[in-house]
Structure formats: C-alpha cells, structure tokens
Ligand binder design. Structure first.
Ligand code: FAD
Length: 404
C-alpha cells in the first residue's frame, strides 16, 4: 500500500517535499489555500530567485537552536540542491557565491517544480484551506475531511502575508500541543527616531551598521545602507533586524551605530580632516566634507557635530573636528520599531525546534506529522539561505515521510 501524504502549503518547501515523497513511492496531495502555488517563490530575489549561496558564513542561520539546521543541511547540501534543480532542467549561474537560475526568472524555477510534480502524479489542490489537523492525521479543510498516513506542514510564516503565508500554520499545530516562539518580522527595515531622516532620504552609502542592545554590541554587518524618510534599510540593516525586533519586543533599548567611512580608522580620518582644514580654510564650513561623503548626509553630520554654527572651515575648532569624527564613525540612531510583516522577507520565531527531530523533520509530539521550511523557528540571513533551508528541510521531510 502506498503511503498517503498530505502536504499543507505549496510554497518552496512544500513543492520539493512533494517531489521527494512521490519519488519514494508515496501518493501525495498538496493543499494550498491561495489560487496558485508558489506565489512567494515568484517574488524572491527581486523576481530572479536567489536559489542558494556557495558561501556558508558563521551565523547564517538563527533561532533558539541554531544548530537544528545542520542535519538537514548536511543531508541535502548546496551542491546536491543545485544538482536537484539541474536535473529539473534549470541551468544555474553564480555571482560572488549567490546562485540564480540562468534565465533570471523565478518563474522558471516554479514551473520546473510544477512540471516534475505533474510528471510524478502529485495532486495540487488550490483554494483549499486547511483548518485543522487532528491527532489521527485527519486533515480538515473548507471542502471536507481527508484521512492520510503522513502530514507535512509547510505553511510558511507570517512574512509577506499577501503571498499566502498568513500564520495559520502556527494555530494548526498549537492545537496539537506544539509551542510557537513568537514570530516577529526579520530581514526588514528599521524605523528610527531622529528627525533628520526626512532630509537624508534617498542616500545610499557603503556603511558598517552595528546594533547595540542596552549599550552592548549584538550584531553588525557591512554593505549598502539605504536611508529612507523613516529610518534605515538595505542588506546590512536586514541582516541585523531580527535581533532589533526581539530586543524591542523584550522592552530593551535598540540603537544602530552607523560608520559611514568603514575603510578609515579614527586616526586616518583625523589626519584627513585636519589636512582639509589647512588646505580649504577659505571654504564655507558647510562644504567641509565636500567630495568625502554624500552632500545630503554631510550636511546632517556637520549639524550633529555642531559645525553648522560657523561660517568658514578655518573657524572649526579641534573639538568640533573630533565631534565630527564621532558622528562619521559612530552615528547613533534610536530604533523605535521594525516595519511590519508586510515588508519583512522572513520571520524569526516559529515552531519550537526542540519539539522536532532535526534528522527526519518529524514532530516529537505527533507521530506522522512532519515540518518543513519557514514555519520552524529557523531564519537565515539574506543571500539564498532561506530558500536553501526550504529546499533542505522540504526534501528531508519528503523523503522521510514518503519512506513510510
Ligand atoms: C520579497 C521576498 C524575497 C525573498 N527573496 C529570497 C531570496 O532571493 N532567497 C532566499 O533564500 N529567500 C528569499 N526569501 C525568503 C523565502 O522566499 C522563504 O523563506 C521561503 O519561500 C519559505 O518557504 P516555505 O515553503 O517555508 O513557505 P512559503 O513559501 O511561504 O509557502 C507557504 C505556503 O503555504 C500556504 N498556506 C499557508 N497556510 C495555509 C493553510 N492553512 N492551508 C493551505 N495552505 C496554506 C501559503 O499560501 C503558501 O503558499 C524572500 C522572501 C520575500 C517575501
């Protein structure tokens, strides 16, 4: 007798779980509550789908148990994932470790998965909302009850709910006794308190961003910082945002410290600024950083350092130059909130991974119930790591559920 498997969620992890379970010989049905599968996958990598990454930096995965990811990532590592897609006809290309389909279109990745599912005889039921999973693995949907041998819950998180991941997966398993680490937005923009943001909106600059929680450095990242009219955005901000969200939730103080000239040591910068004062003493003080930093940003930094009160560069005091170095290298900005789940690429939090076997992805509480993807308390950094988790956990869950 074939194993009857129901997969809840036709996102990245649910689709590869379906292929893997069917290849094990199982009879598979995927239930998806939106009108079409893989909506979120289509928006990944700005529509180009950053499938995975050849680099594996320390701390690429976060969660209450960051080591939870390793058995699945070792069972289905990056090279094997790439072979999986190549076997489906996707030619891959790589830039600085970031891997994309050569077509430059996420839609081709989705279509390749759907072709294979169809070929394997997997049934996809769209507009089918799962309302309950019973302990005996009866799946209750808005169009009837379905009994099966195994369930894989691949319902995603609460990030980007317009794509279908509305958090309903959490309530399905909460009823079965699983604990949910509170989901919070991650890989998301940070809203800040200072008034100068409106003036600086639109500036993009290479910067080192350090998150300080209650005064202690908690995370940092360097890359293109984007200043918006409400705060900070860009990859380095996304990378630290999950820690800021958690700190704010716990009532802690979260401050981002911005270094706008990370290539310069304080000494280098001091030499540069004193030399500029000697050379350009005749210039208006507001032009002191002309050619050094973006002019909108320079204006704000000069004001923060108190230099806006003088007329000429030659009038700037030694103390004011030291203040300016502090502002350029360590400008502090108070984080008041993150943007909402609508703008977040992923969530931190999710199903408590202590309740899931990391080797098989099976629940430790309910036999025959498996998990995959972002519904678990696993969040990766930007750069293909979240999809890699969806592929590795989805394939692992599919194989183990399908084997019977
Ligand atoms: C804008 C954006 C860009 C991104 N870019 C990248 C990138 O380039 N690289 C990368 O690695 N990661 C990226 N990510 C993150 C990545 O897309 C996700 O981590 C990944 O898609 C998660 O896969 P999943 O299968 O766990 O969940 P999802 O893809 O969210 O799939 C869950 C599915 O379950 C369905 N569902 C939910 N509840 C129910 C229910 N009760 N009944 C039936 N169906 C249900 C949903 O409709 C959805 O289709 C991006 C995310 C966003 C929002």
């Amino acid at each position: 007798m074939k194993q009857q498997i129901i997969i809840i969620g036709a996102g990245a992890s649910g689709l590869v779980a379906g292929i893997s379970a069917a290849r094990e010989g199982a009879s598979v049905t995927i239930m998806e509550h939106t009108a079409r599968p893989g909506k979120k996958l289509l928006s990944t990598g700005n529509g180009k789908c950053n499938i995975t990454n050849l680099q594996f930096p320390k701390g690429a995965y976060r969660g209450n148990q960051p080591d939870f990811v390793f058995p699945a990532l070792n069972a289905v590592p990056v090279n094997q994932t790439m072979d999986f897609f190549k076997d489906l006809g996707i030619v891959l290309t790589e830039r600085n470790g970031y891997v994309y389909p050569n077509s430059g279109q996420a839609t081709t990745v989705l279509e390749a998965l759907l072709f294979e599912l169809e070929h394997l005889g997997v049934r996809i039921m769209t507009e089918c909302r799962v309302k309950e999973i019973k302990e005996d693995l009866t799946v209750v949907t808005d169009n009837g009850k379905h009994r099966c041998d195994r369930v894989i819950l691949a319902a995603g998180s609460m990030a980007a709910p317009k794509t279908g991941s509305d958090g309903s997966g959490y309530s399905l398993v909460r009823k079965l006794g699983h604990h949910i680490i509170e989901p919070l937005p991650a890989l998301v923009q940070l809203r800040c308190k200072e008034k100068w943001y409106k003036q600086a909106a639109g500036v993009r600059i290479d910067a080192l961003v350090t998150l300080k929680i209650d005064g202690k450095a908690a995370a940092s990242d360097r890359g293109e910082l984007q200043i918006t009219d409400y705060g900070i955005s860009g990859i380095p901000v996304f990378q630290i945002s999950r820690y800021a969200a958690r700190a704010l939730k716990e009532g802690k103080q979260a401050v981002a410290q911005l270094d706008f000239l990370p290539e310069f040591s304080d000494d280098d910068l001091e030499k540069l600024l004193f030399a500029r004062q000697d050379r350009f003493g005749y210039r208006p003080a507001e032009d002191f950083l002309h050619g050094v930093l973006n002019s909108k940003l320079a204006k704000i930094l000069l004001k923060e350092a108190g230099i806006d009160r003088v007329t000429w560069v030659k009038e700037i005091t030694v103390q004011e130059i030291k203040n300016l170095i502090g502002c350029i290298k360590e400008l502090k900005t108070k984080i008041v909130s993150t943007n909402t789940f609508d703008q977040a690429q992923v969530c931190s939090g999710g199903v408590d991974t202590r309740e899931v076997d990391p080797v098989t992805m099976e629940s430790r509480l309910i036999r025959g119930l498996y998990f995959s993807g972002e519904i678990l308390d696993v969040d990766g950094i930007c750069g293909g790591y979240n999809l890699q988790w969806a592929w590795s956990s989805g394939i692992t869950a599919g194989i183990n559920a399908g084997r019977g």
